[in-house]
Design a protein around this ligand. Structure first.
Ligand SMILES: *Cc1c(COP(=O)(O)O)cnc(C)c1O
Length: 390
């Protein structure tokens, strides 16, 4: 019998999606106004315990607006991780600002110690502005990414940000539902600790609206400004007067209807993902040369993506595992190439990038959808127990 294809990460739409989307269509409110949008914003804010939320077309547009409302301009630089999806960094260039790349640590998120050392060694702090010694430019913000549903070390990062007067944009596009269970930020959700946070509801994320995203913050001034900028910066509804250049970035009512149904199931998705993660880990860690990477101990992760670390004791290397599993109808993926090594960013500054490329070459992400069954996981494990070069 042919093995059915096991994808890496696909949507799970078995809740009230069809019901809510049908209602949206029957009401004929299908565009960028309608009650589902407001309700989805309110419920997302309540879920992550943020004061306010503004919906957007996708995570990328959310990050663009987050940079704008943090006051980043083409005069500025922004500190970013080298090891992440390129959409975390492209919005810096949309603004005309320049990124500076920092290494990751063993959490795969930005190394908070290297961040601090960069600020101390490579910059000067004058008149409450962090100035890059090399370019003489004002570094205004940090974009922190919570990779695969793990958390960056927010306690240390916020200390650096406070010391050097930097805004913190949390790219929590992969981490909705992750929160601290211990420490200084106990009870705080990923995305709600920095100045502003962004979630993504792309099709491969833990919950999806097809395409979509959400900006959250406790600073209602920023939320108000984000709403203004995402809705064409209209200052007079009737006469269409605009006080600045705005964007058409608001989510549609249909997307929000999907989102509400997904949000209702988010905790169930996390529960399933956690169970599958623990099952995989127990089995895979018994195979010589393979380890499933851990999530931080002081959090309840959303367990979005599982990272399988491959060392030299295993028969296959990263690329060989990908081809081998493809031949078995199992989709796995390498992590992203480092952003600082990609064409648009070759000229940008980097700081001591040492371990990101090691992880890059030793990790694959394995199937992790919230509708992955125990049998699917078992099949993947069995394949990995009897590797072959193909
Ligand atoms: C998915 C993702 C984004 C972009 O979100 P979209 O909704 O696809 O635009 C940005 N950063 C990271 C780290 C992501 O994983």
């Amino acid at each position: 019998m042919d093995q059915k294809f096991i994808p890496l990460s696909v949507p799970n739409l078995k809740g009230k999606e069809l019901e809510y989307v049908t209602q949206a269509i029957e009401s004929e409110w299908v565009s960028t106004a309608g009650s589902y949008i407001n309700e989805f914003e309110e419920k997302t804010a309540a879920y992550v315990k943020a004061k306010g939320a503004v919906s957007v077309q996708n995570g990328t547009s959310g990050l663009h607006i987050a940079l704008k409302v943090c006051g980043v301009t083409e005069e500025n630089e922004v500190i970013v991780p080298a090891f992440t999806f390129i959409a975390a960094v492209n919005p810096v260039k949309y603004i005309g600002a320049e990124p500076i790349f920092i290494d990751c640590d063993d959490s795969l998120c930005m190394d908070a110690d290297k961040l601090l050392h960069f600020c101390q060694e490579e910059c000067e702090f004058e008149g409450r502005e962090l100035i890059n010694k090399k370019t003489k430019k004002h570094i205004k913000a940090i974009i922190v990414v919570h990779i695969f549903g793990n958390t960056a070390n927010m306690e240390k990062i916020m200390n650096v940000a406070n010391e050097f007067n930097l805004k913190v944009i949390e790219d929590a596009t992969e981490a909705i539902g992750t929160y601290y269970t211990e420490g200084f930020y106990k009870g705080k959700y990923a995305g709600t600790i920095g100045t502003i946070g962004v979630y993504s509801f792309n099709g491969n994320k833990i919950m999806t609206t097809g395409g979509g995203g959400m900006i959250v913050s406790d600073d209602m001034e920023l939320i108000k400004r984000a709403k203004h900028l995402t809705t064409q910066a209209k200052s007079d509804e009737l006469y269409y007067r605009h006080d600045e250049v705005g964007y058409n970035y608001r989510m549609t009512n249909i997307q929000a209807a999907l989102g509400l149904a997904q949000l209702e199931q988010l905790e169930t998705f996390i529960k399933t993902k956690r169970e599958n993660y623990l099952y995989y880990r127990e089995q895979l860690n018994t195979i010589k040369g393979l380890t499933l990477l851990e999530f931080n101990e002081n959090i309840r992760s959303n367990y979005w993506f599982y990272s399988l670390y491959i060392n030299e004791d295993y028969l296959l290397n990263r690329d060989e595992i990908i081809s081998f599993l493809a031949s078995k109808n199992v989709q796995v993926r390498p992590v992203w190439d480092l952003i600082n090594e990609q064409k648009p960013y070759l000229k940008n500054q980097t700081y001591k990038i040492e371990i990101a490329s090691h992880y890059l070459h030793h990790i694959v992400n394995i199937p992790c959808s919230s509708n992955l069954t125990k049998e699917d996981a078992q099949y993947v494990i069995e394949c990995l127990k009897s590797p072959k070069k193909v």
